[in-house]
Design a protein around this ligand. Structure first.
Ligand code: ADP
Length: 466
């Protein structure tokens, strides 16, 4: 992320914060202003309305003359600049209080609006003689006449003026606070994004995938983005590590079989006899098949380790798996003169939700080893049981056993103990079984100590409902 881009982004975020802040302030102010203004008008109108009854009573008692006297007295008490009272009749203006401080204000006669309805008519106007001042006026019918009462809204106006003034000061503060806090917030947010960018850049430039973004522990979205970014790097790192391990191992281990295949092809080229060429080709084919199956196993292990292996899961009864594997080894046990004790589980059904081919392969690898390492006259036992939420397949043998120190290493790819060099194998049977079982959410354990044989157990999560 370059500096200019960061600055523009910070500027935009600040602008956004300021606009949001200011709009909210404006809205709140507008609502307050409208509410206050309405309340002030209502107050003035109520005062004006209060006088209607009194004026009508005066008219009833004293007629037009009584009204004129009333107007004189009222305007004398309040001051003619603070109260305007006028009477109109069909012929026009009949009587008015002193309008020298008011100026020329239009009149409404008895035929004007309001007379027929008998309702007072309210208006607001600017006093011509005092242009800074507004007045509230009420026309209402009295007998055959219309009477106007108007009062200046000086106090109300100054209150609204104060309110507007307060708004301008408040608006200045709001904009200042909005801009400064917006800038600080934008800077804080962007500094973390910049940190993520810096790490990504360093990885891209230097190929060092072990870099991580330090977390602040604030728990906000940016921190969670950094955590996700780190988790992604973690995953990527294990993927790259796995890939490079696999390449190292395979390059080393494939040299011999490839050289052998090449030697076979070379010898058969020098051979003129069709029969022996044919024999050599069959050998090459077999060797290539073996080679391919090892390659597939290695790829499966890598995929399982990096979480990319796709399992074709299906519901499989545990005894079906057990029987299929056991039947394969009954013949072998006879040929090798090894006693084979295979006991299916008696106390109930064990249903598994697994990729059958891969779990069969894992069981085969374990049993294959047991028969491989157990001498004639020995015993291999195979049974399964339920333990809590697990279905556990066990294979125990009376072979040489596995020394404690070696137990964790035997699951490594291409690991073979020196004493096993004479037996056939490539050292990937156990690592493949482990990768498959773990991809199913299970585990493989090994017990027993050298020289009294060993017991391997495959633990698979029991599934009741699939
Ligand atoms: P391979 O059998 O092809 O050598 P594995 O991955 O299956 O490869 O086993 C790795 C190593 O673990 C073997 O070479 C052997 O040393 C040890 N091992 C596995 N199973 C047994 C067993 N049942 N008894 C003794 N050693 C065993």
């Amino acid at each position: 992320m370059n500096l200019r881009f960061t600055k523009t982004l910070a500027f935009r975020l600040t602008l956004l914060y300021s606009v949001i802040f200011s709009t909210a302030f404006l809205l709140v102010f507008a609502v307050i202003y409208i509410v206050v203004e309405r309340a002030l008008f209502e107050n003035t109108d109520t005062d004006l309305l209060d006088d209607i009854l009194e004026i009508q009573e005066t008219y009833k008692k004293g007629g037009l003359q009584g009204l004129k006297v009333y107007i004189q007295e009222e305007t004398r008490d309040d001051g003619p600049e603070n109260l305007l009272l006028r009477i109109t009749g069909p012929e026009g203006l009949l009587y008015s209080s002193d309008t020298s401080t008011w100026g020329d204000i239009p009149i409404i006669g008895p035929n004007g609006p309001g007379h027929d309805e008998g309702q007072p008519v309210f208006t607001t106007f600017t006093i011509p003689k005092r242009p800074a001042l507004k007045a509230r006026s009420m026309w209402f019918p009295v007998g055959r006449y219309m009477v106007q009462e108007a009062v200046p809204m000086g106090w109300d106006q100054s209150l609204l003026g104060e309110l507007r003034h307060a708004f301008f000061v408040g608006a200045l503060f709001t904009v200042f606070i909005a801009i400064s806090s917006g800038w600080i917030m934008a800077k804080r947010t962007l500094s973390k994004v910049k940190e993520i960018d810096r790490v990504a850049r360093r990885i891209a430039e230097g190929n060092d995938i072990s870099q991580r973004v330090p977390l602040r522990g604030t728990g906000d979205e940016i921190d969670s983005l950094a955590a996700t970014f780190n988790a992604m790097l973690e995953r990527l790192e294990s993927f790259v590590q796995e890939l490079s391990d696999m390449l190292d191992n395979t390059a080393h281990d494939f040299k011999t079989p490839l050289a052998r295949i090449r030697a076979m092809a070379e010898t058969s080229l020098q051979n003129k006899d069709v029969e022996s060429v044919h024999g050599a080709l069959v050998q090459i084919m077999n060797e290539s098949d073996r080679f391919l199956s090892v390659l597939n196993a290695i790829m499966d292990i890598s995929e399982a380790k990096t979480g990319l292996l796709t399992l074709k899961r299906e519901p499989v009864p545990a005894d079906e798996l057990f029987e299929e594997v056991a039947s394969l080894f009954r013949g072998i046990s006879k040929a090798k003169e090894i006693r084979f004790n295979a006991w299916p589980y008696q106390d109930g059904e064990g249903m598994l939700y697994v990729d059958k081919r891969r779990i069969l392969q894992s069981l085969l690898n374990i049993l294959d080893n047991a028969f491989k390492f157990t001498p004639s006259g020995g015993t291999v036992a195979f049974w399964y049981e339920r333990q809590g939420g697990w279905v556990v397949f066990n294979v125990s043998d009376t072979g040489p056993g596995i020394p404690e120190a070696e137990r964790s290493r035997i699951f490594e790819r291409f690991y073979r103990h020196d004493r096993s060099r004479s037996s056939p194998g490539r050292g990937i049977g156990l690592s493949l079984a482990k990768a498959y079982v773990e991809a199913h959410g299970g585990k493989i354990t090994v017990k027993g100590s050298s020289p009294s044989g060993s017991t391997f157990s495959i633990w698979l999560p029991f599934s009741c409902c699939h």
